[in-house]
Design a protein around this ligand. Structure first.
Ligand code: FE2
Ligand code: FE2
Length: 351
């Protein structure tokens, strides 16, 4: 019996870590609900082993139980951090293509199929600066390319919840805008890098995303706030500030387009959220409120992958400034969500 409890504790700890590791934002809401299971089983195994000692089995139970109870929390935390550090994590170029909580991005390959006809002035730049700028813009290009697919998926989800034609049409226009963003970013990356770069094949995982393609109304509302209001809103704010500091005329033109469009996309996110709220049952509305507040409080605070260069003259803000902007957007979104949710039965503003 003690050995069985110990094994159960270890298996449940691994299972919980696996579930949390695959869920959105590290599955922190799930973390709160199930963390006690391996810990409790582990403690039970230790107690049972001491009450009914039977040699090797008891020792094994104690070891397994203690391991589970001690290792489960940090293991889950590591899974959560791994999520935040995933591809695209913490880089805000708008709506991410999230598959089972992970941001899927398109690989970049040599070629010029996705390269717009824009060439910034690169002659006077040192080689390391050009390499840094090429890497930065290439990361953005991959994310912008993935955003096209994210809006494609959103249009299907909207039609599945009976969204009005205006929202569906705006979603398709957003996807077209992302095509242009990707082309512009590939153009800058190619120019700074001195070699043409283009989009590779979208990972097949993007075509096989199962439940992600048909989320509940609550999930769609949460995603609209997090990917639209927060993600696109942050991208717009970053582009705005970068635009104010950029000096190259071509870069200024690109940032102007991106800033304008991302702001439009952020408002689309709000309108999708409003639609979901308007057709939600009281229970669904309360679930939306709870999950959005949870998501807003656990969203990664700007953990970055890939290159990071503070080269404002060329439209690039450093990670520290991007984190500050992201934090400010989260605060603004939280206030706006609260005002929207104040009318939900059983809730009041602030809680
Ligand atoms: Fe966007
Ligand atoms: Fe974009």
């Amino acid at each position: 019996m003690p050995l069985l409890l110990g094994i159960l504790a270890l298996l449940s700890g691994l299972f919980i870590a696996w579930v949390v590791g695959r869920s959105r934002l590290g599955g922190l809401p799930a973390f709160k609900g199930v963390l006690w299971i391996p810990s409790a089983l582990g403690v039970a195994a230790v107690v049972a082993a001491f009450c009914h000692p039977c040699g090797v089995a008891s020792i094994a139970a104690v070891v397994l139980g203690l391991l589970s109870a001690i290792l489960a929390p940090p293991l889950i935390l590591i899974c959560s951090l791994g999520k935040s550090f995933g591809d695209g994590g913490g880089r805000w170029c708008g709506r991410a293509l999230a598959i089972e909580g992970r941001s899927v991005v398109t690989p970049a390959v040599p070629g010029d199929a996705w390269r717009a006809d824009r060439v910034p002035d690169v002659e006077h730049l040192a080689a390391p600066v050009r390499r840094a700028l090429a890497s930065e813009w290439l990361e953005d290009a991959r994310l912008e390319h993935a955003s096209i697919a994210a809006f494609g998926r959103l249009s299907l989800q909207l039609m599945a919840v009976g969204a009005p034609p205006d929202l569906v049409a705006r979603t398709h226009r957003a996807a077209v805008a992302e095509v242009e963003h990707a082309r512009l970013c590939f153009a800058l990356a190619s120019a700074y890098g001195g070699a043409p770069m283009t989009a590779g094949l979208l990972p097949r995982a993007a075509l096989d995303h199962g439940p992600a393609a048909r989320p509940s109304l609550v999930r769609l509302a949460v995603e609209s706030v997090m990917e639209g209001a927060v993600g696109e809103g942050t991208a717009a704010a970053i582009a705005d500030e970068a635009l104010a500091q950029a000096q190259d005329a071509v870069v200024i033109g690109v940032l102007g387009t991106v800033a304008r469009d991302e702001r439009i996309h952020a408002e689309l996110g709000w309108d999708v959220f409003d639609h979901c709220l308007s057709i939600a049952s009281p229970a669904e509305a309360r679930a939306m409120a709870d999950e959005i507040q949870e998501a807003l409080s656990t969203t990664p605070a700007g953990l970055l992958t890939g290159p990071d260069a503070h080269l404002p003259a060329h439209g690039r803000l450093g990670a520290a400034r991007r984190r500050q902007i992201h934090t400010a957007v989260i605060g603004a979104v939280r206030g706006r969500v609260e005002r929207r949710l104040a009318s939900v039965p059983g809730r009041s503003a602030g809680g």
